[in-house]
Ligand binder design. Structure first.
Ligand code: GTQ
Length: 340
């Protein structure tokens, strides 16, 4: 750079100005260049460290005893993609994670152990492996463990999205444990049984009142679909979780998916602008992400950043859960996908 230019930049800097032409290429790239990188977390390697957290701090003191899965390209930012957060939460027998609410939306995918519950606005749901549970924005939620085993689940939240928008609010409930207002299964009966209350008129972006999608039901549906049809070349068998009252994503900021890949099947490469977190619920296989191969087994988590090519290979019949910010991008007209 010439001295004259440098001097000019210095003069305008004093006025809070900076030249666009020095940064235009980075600001408006020809295609996404995510600072997030592909990564895989092996549950078998993490489990003992998660259990150790149970000896380091109580759930009550921690409020939420969680080890954050931090993207290696975004260390220190508490995120797994630019827009999403993921973590492994542990709750020991007899413990309570106290009731609170926040404008961040959360999902849970139960991975290990049984006997815990999550309560959402006065209704508890027993957490069983593979269950997909949501706590929509501003709903009070607490977690407890009435059983005799440690229970671990994956948390997915839109924390980075809400932080980006500077729109975060949070508060603690007056009581640690919400009193039970309705019996378990009430929300599923009212909103998740192809029936709706007559006066219920949700807006398209409203989160679903169904806050648990039991794995048993999802698994049965996916097995029926896999038995009835040939796998799609790019997706194998993939379905999205929906708000049954609107057909939109369960929560406005996070989409969730279930995918069944038959043993021996390999998907064709696909890329999309929504960086996506995958969890292997059943089976094992390989994810080739932008040319690097990651072997995954049960309970492993891997992240595919925006616009990175993904190919999946299943060694055994495999079920994956995944989530992304797709509904945000679609609402803004930004979402793109390329099937190669
Ligand atoms: O369970 O409410 O992983 O508030 C991070 C923030 C879990 C929760 C997290 C939270 C929660």
């Amino acid at each position: 750079m010439t001295d004259a230019r440098r001097a000019y930049y210095d003069r305008i800097a004093a006025h809070g100005l900076t030249p666009l032409w020095e940064v235009l290429g980075a600001l408006v790239p020809p295609e996404p260049r995510s600072p997030a990188v592909p990564a895989l977390w092996r549950y078998a390697e993490l489990r003992e460290h998660v259990m150790e957290a149970g000896r380091v701090i109580t759930a009550e003191e921690a409020e939420r005893r969680v080890l954050i899965l931090e993207n290696p390209g975004l260390r220190g930012q508490s995120c797994i993609t630019q827009s999403l957060y993921a973590g492994l939460q542990l709750i020991l027998p007899g413990e309570v994670a106290p009731a609170h609410r926040h404008t961040q939306s959360a999902l849970r995918l139960v991975l290990d152990g049984e006997g815990a519950y999550t309560a959402v606005d006065g209704e508890r749901t027993t957490m069983r492996r593979g269950d997909f549970i949501i706590t929509p924005a501003w709903t009070f939620h607490d977690h407890g463990n009435l059983g005799d085993q440690p229970v671990v689940w994956l948390d997915g939240l839109d924390i980075p999205t809400v932080r980006f928008l500077d729109a975060g609010f949070a508060e603690k409930a007056v009581t640690q444990v919400q009193s039970v207002a309705r019996p378990e299964g009430d929300a599923l009966a009212r909103y998740g049984a192809n029936l709706l209350p007559l006066d219920y008129a949700p807006k398209p972006a409203d989160p679903t009142r169904v806050f648990v999608y039991p794995h048993e039901k999802t698994r049965a549906a996916m097995q029926a679909i896999a038995a009835a049809s040939a796998p799609d070349p790019h997706l194998a068998h993939k379905q999205r979780y929906v708000n049954p009252a609107t057909g939109t994503s369960p929560m406005p900021t996070i989409a969730a998916f279930t995918q069944a890949i038959p043993a021996g099947f390999e998907t064709r490469a696909l890329r999309s602008t929504d960086g996506t977190i995958h969890v292997c619920l059943e089976g094992s296989g390989e994810a080739e992400i932008a040319g690097t191969t990651y072997r995954f087994a049960e309970n492993d988590v891997f992240v595919v950043p925006s616009w990175h090519r993904l190919q999946l290979r299943a060694s055994r019949d495999t079920m994956l859960f995944s989530f992304s910010d797709r509904p945000v991008q679609q609402a803004l007209g930004l979402w793109r996908e390329e099937r190669l």
